[in-house]
Design a protein around this ligand. Structure first.
Ligand code: SAH
Length: 210
């Protein structure tokens, strides 16, 4: 039997206790965004379980809250930042990022049309999230140099961090991504100057490309 919590705040308290959530900013975002609003219809009872959950029959999953907490802490987000996310899924992680960077914004790219529509509906209340339908395996080029992203994150497993994506962040910016094949990946933060830092093992569905 899967043991879950009966409310979002109980789930968040456990993520704090277990050390996944470390900062006030990430804790506040997790308390503001109810995971039940992002699970696939019929899965509401499982919303407060710290596990990935399938998104209907799309073959994709909403990530485990603890995994998203690790990603959000590694992103070191601040207010006013402009962030690119590849792999919208349910929209849950985009919503969390948006609460921290507000009044900054999040551009989030999803390859699956059905998930794009699902996430767009879930994200209606989040006016600083811009959902995009498309292949984000090479990022999503900003329209001008002024619009380069502060940070970018891939919410799926990449073979390597794409150079195109690195070129879309500001000079002091970085890309955070699970790097590796199927199974386990290494969570890597890579700066534009080539420096890399590892945040340990993680498990994500593969990044696909057209
Ligand atoms: N963080 C999300 C879950 C991400 S799962 C959440 O909170 O729900 C990874 C997602 O990446 C899936 O929805 C998958 O369809 C998407 N994806 C895979 N390859 C992609 C690509 N090339 N471009 C954009 N999205 C992609």
């Amino acid at each position: 039997m899967i043991s879950g919590f009966s409310s979002n705040s109980e789930l968040v308290q456990s993520l704090i206790r277990d050390g996944y959530i470390k900062s006030q900013t990430v804790a506040r975002a997790f308390l503001e965004v109810d995971r039940a609003d992002f699970v696939w219809p019929g899965n509401e009872k499982l919303a407060y379980v710290d596990e990935p959950l399938v998104l209907g029959d799309t073959g994709q999953t909403i990530s485990a809250p603890s995994m998203i907490a690790i990603m959000l802490e590694a992103l070191e987000l601040k207010r006013y930042e402009h962030v690119l996310e590849i792999g919208t899924g349910s929209g849950y992680s985009a919503a969390l990022i948006s609460r921290i960077v507000s009044p900054g914004s999040v551009v989030t790219v999803e390859l699956s049309y059905r998930l794009y529509l699902f996430a767009r509906k879930n994200l209606e209340r989040y006016s600083n999230v811009i959902p995009v339908l498309g292949d984000g395996s090479k990022g999503f080029p900003p329209y001008s140099r002024e619009e380069l992203y502060d940070k970018a994150v891939i919410m799926a497993a990449a073979q390597k961090i794409p150079d195109e994506l690195l070129s879309q962040v500001k000079n002091d910016g970085f890309v955070l991504a699970p790097v590796g094949g199927r199974g386990y990946q290494d969570l890597i933060k890579k700066w534009k100057n080539g420096r890399e830092e590892s945040y340990g093992a993680c498990i994500f569905v593969p990044l696909r490309s057209l």
